[in-house]
Design a protein around this ligand. Sequence first.
Ligand SMILES: NC(=O)c1ccc[n+]([C@@H]2O[C@H](COP(=O)([O-])OP(=O)(O)OC[C@H]3O[C@@H](n4cnc5c(N)ncnc54)[C@H](OP(=O)(O)O)[C@@H]3O)[C@@H](O)[C@H]2O)c1
Length: 331
Amino acid sequence: MISLGIIGTNWITEQFVRATDITKTFALTHVYSRTEAKAESFIEDLEKENIKISTDLDAFFKEDFDTVYIASPNALHFSQAQKALENGKNVIVEKPSTSTIQEFTILEKLAHEKGLYLFEAARHIHEPIFKKIEEVVEKHRDDLSGATFSYMKYSSRYDAYQAGKNPNVFTTKFSGGALYDLGVYTVYDAVVLFGQPEKVDYDAEFLDSGVDGSGALTLKYSNFDVNIIIGKTKNSYMSSEVYFGRDTLLLDNGGDINHLDWADDNKNITDIPTTKSENPMDSEAREFARIMTENDHASYDKLLQYARTVNRILEQARTSAGIVFDADEEK
Ligand SMILES: NC(=O)c1ccc[n+]([C@@H]2O[C@H](COP(=O)([O-])OP(=O)(O)OC[C@H]3O[C@@H](n4cnc5c(N)ncnc54)[C@H](OP(=O)(O)O)[C@@H]3O)[C@@H](O)[C@H]2O)c1
């Protein structure tokens, strides 16, 4: 198993560590937290023993482990990943890995120079249900005529935002907002299924904090458009769809995909059988470990290309909407 250090002690890190346990891919050895008490409680919840705790990031990266999983607020990913790579660690960083394409380019170059891996944890594209979507799209590619993806979920942190508590995900300081938090999944959908668009346009509904609470994103391809609806301030139950002229592939959601159907011209709807793992991070843990142990550079380069394209689109989209992050001023 590959030794693992983690940054961030929220539920998502726990879910990732549980996925590495189930898949027997990475073994947690080191935890970084700003506070010892949080690190201890995190380790206790996972019922782990002999885990080393650091509250100093430099000291953490001097420790002996192979790979770091970073699940801190978005704006911290870049400096933490950079420091990890400089200290010889492979990096798995939560989506989106950076606030700007310039940051992504720096990380990519550094990983390459050091001979290390840099993975963006876009969990859903590794799941069997997404592989099925790719298979269906490939089979009908000649008829491909566009898509609509929707991922709009009322965030419990929006209550905190409205109560004036300033949660990280609703701040420009931490590169938050609907596009960077949920939109990133749907941009991945488009990039993996259709490649790089020719034009990107985002129309955002702004919150007073300066981030987008929701919005509509259009990705223009040479023969069709992809329309994307995202939000963190309201709930949508719209299905997502990929169009093939008369026929339609239906996804129950654009990011958290649990069910697929095929609809024909006569409104006959047929279930497409797929499998879904209980822990949605199993598949990515397995794939990252496989790539590392087999040195599968073809698969790695493909993932890196997706991540580069997605991070570029995210920046183009928010620039088109006029969303400015604190990270832009640090350029
Ligand atoms: N793949 C998925 O399904 C999924 C789901 C949810 C989130 N995510 C991603 O995971 C990342 C973390 O999201 P989250 O909602 O867990 O974020 P968060 O709650 O704001 O912060 C995550 C962790 O970062 C540390 N942290 C919080 N505020 C900080 C600050 N001001 N300075 C330094 N460290 C701070 C905390 O750990 P300590 O207190 O221990 O230092 C905290 O547990 C994001 O990039 C998000 O996009 C992915």
